[in-house]
Ligand binder design. Sequence first.
Ligand code: AMP
Length: 191
Amino acid sequence: MIIILFGPPGAGKGTQSDNLVKKFGLIQLSTGDMLRGAIEKGTKLGLEAKAVMDSGELVSDHIIIAMIEEKLKEKSESNGFIFDGFPRNIEQAKALDILLENLNKKLDSVIEISVNDEILIDRIKNRAKEMRDARSDDNADILAKRLKVYHINTEKIIPHYKKMGKLVTVDGMKSIDEVSQEIENNLNLNI
Ligand code: AMP
């Protein structure tokens, strides 16, 4: 099973993705986590990525696609994958189509978690408070930037996956359990 989970920052992708990992034994491929791992290790890539991440912009496609390719190949025997936070633009979506085709793998479902901008701003402010700003990119100004980047770049993947008949949109403003249930119901229908 191969699933893409996407939505604006603060939509609950991480939580929903953890749930799907537990339920279906999928491997989660989160490009945000991979980048934060590189920052923690202090690698050259991490240093470069941190400045871009802190500005709310997207890290360059070639870095992201190379990271995903490496992980997909490394774990090619897995039960399936869930892509969390990738693809973030149409170039990454097209690169993923090619990567999966070359590995003889089929994408099953693309789940969009849809949430209003106003609700997201409230959620992110609360998360920053709870985590005492552990994620330095979560302050309100950067969130506004990340939302803009989402609307300009990431939403462009919607028609791509709609055309492929893979897109499922769930209402991310419901409770965590309700969103999980909605995702699972749609997966059952789509797979
Ligand atoms: P996330 O944890 O998924 O919200 O990602 C945090 C930040 O990492 C984003 O705001 C981007 O700067 C960067 N990032 C994560 N995934 C990608 C991606 N697929 N393409 C480009 N940049 C990314």
